[in-house]
Design a protein around this ligand. Structure first.
Ligand SMILES: NC(=O)c1ccc[n+]([C@@H]2O[C@H](COP(=O)([O-])OP(=O)(O)OC[C@H]3O[C@@H](n4cnc5c(N)ncnc54)[C@H](O)[C@@H]3O)[C@@H](O)[C@H]2O)c1
Length: 347
């Protein structure tokens, strides 16, 4: 079978540390081109990884008829315009999270992919983590919880990953204007929205495990520490699932290791907890603990696959089979919509 010919837009951290190695490892794909507006970076990364072509303008890369699929790995605000151009050029797209920075843009991308019969997949690699998948299986078997919670402490998420060199550049990262939701957000809400959407793994994993809430009950933000445009200590949002509430708690004011977990308590007395691993550590899947009144089970290292690699493999499989991935554009759209509702509910 012919190899899937791939081009990447955005040659920064996540390209080098996760996606380039994963694409290179896949025998059914061939990484043929790379674009970054920081053309010096594009050149150095292309050389280091023996990628035949590099560009400074993504339009030149995407216009290459020889390419089948584009990985959009540029900064959040440019996902929409690059993905749109790639879909309009007839290419399958893998785009890092979030799909877009407002729900109308996200909706447009989903419709475009559907109209053209193209695969559109969003980089929520936690849906590909064997531990998270086991937690979902166990949760589905336990039925509806009575209470659920998720905590996200955005600490050191690199986890000291030593395995691949990371090439940097002094060239300026291009500024793309942030396309905020067409809602009457205050400046504080806009900053909060961009922040939680940047960390939208929590929203997406909660939706993967628990499904879609009926409504957002309330959101609250406590503001103590300056973080860019936003002064934040903690953010919480309560989601109503009809028969139970899910509380999401999030902070970036945290100096410890990256910590992210989901807990569900069931009427039988069972409590299921899953801890997502530090993102860039390979061979580490989510830890799952199921405590029942009579016995407890702990699952560490549920297989030894790296979620980033599985997600890339399943993307190529979806392209070959003309089907959606588990982190389809539609899921990415629902994440953006929920983020908008959570921020709109800010009291
Ligand atoms: N899945 C995950 O866990 C995860 C982790 C980190 C980052 N990300 C996502 O990956 C994306 C990239 O993050 P990063 O940490 O690699 O950032 P980065 O700044 O290291 O790299 C982004 C690169 O994109 C380039 N770029 C920006 N706009 C461009 C444009 N219009 N055309 C061409 N190149 C452009 C920049 O020059 C930069 O080199 C972000 O959307 C981020 O949210 C996901």
């Amino acid at each position: 079978m012919e190899k899937i010919r791939v081009g990447i837009v955005g040659a920064g951290l996540i390209a080098q540390r996760a996606h380039i190695p994963s694409i290179m490892k896949n025998e059914g794909a061939s990484l043929v081109a790379l674009a970054d507006s920081r053309v010096g970076l594009a050149e150095s990364v292309a050389k280091a990884w023996h990628i035949p072509k590099f560009y400074g303008d993504y339009h030149d890369l995407i216009s290459d008829d020889a390419l089948d699929a584009i990985f959009v790995l540029a900064n959040d605000p440019s996902h929409y315009e690059i993905t749109k151009f790639a879909l309009e050029s007839g290419k399958h797209v893998f785009v890092e999270k979030p799909l877009a920075t407002n729900s109308s843009d996200a909706e447009e991308l989903v419709a475009e992919a559907q109209k053209r019969g193209l695969v559109l997949s969003v980089g929520y690699m936690k849906r590909y983590d064997d531990g998270i998948r086991l937690a979902k299986q166990l949760m589905d078997a336990l039925g509806a919880p009575v209470l659920a919670e998720s905590v996200y402490l955005n600490g050191n998420w690199l986890g000291g990953d030593p395995q691949f060199p990371y090439i940097t550049s002094n060239e300026k990262v291009p500024l793309t204007e942030y396309r905020y939701p067409k809602l009457n957000f205050t400046d504080e809400q806009k900053a909060l929205f961009a922040w939680i959407l940047g960390l939208s793994h929590q929203i997406d994993t909660a939706r993967f495990l628990f499904g879609d809430p009926k409504r957002v009950v309330s959101s609250a933000l406590s503001s103590n520490e300056k973080k860019g445009d936003l002064t934040v200590n903690s953010f919480t949002s309560t989601l109503d699932y009809g028969s139970f509430l899910l509380n999401l708690e999030l902070t970036s004011a945290w100096k410890g290791d990256f910590t992210e977990y989901y807990i569900a308590c069931f009427p039988s007395g069972a409590v299921l907890r899953t801890d997502a691993p530090i993102l860039l550590l390979r061979n580490t899947t989510a830890r799952v603990e199921l405590r029942r009144p009579d016995k407890s089970e702990v699952y560490e290292h549920v297989g030894f696959r790296w979620s980033f690699e599985v997600e890339v493999n399943e993307f190529f499989e979806a392209v070959r089979q003309h089907k959606d991935t588990v982190s389809s554009g539609r899921e990415g759209l629902l994440d953006v919509q929920l983020a908008e509702k959570m921020v709109a509910a800010l009291s």
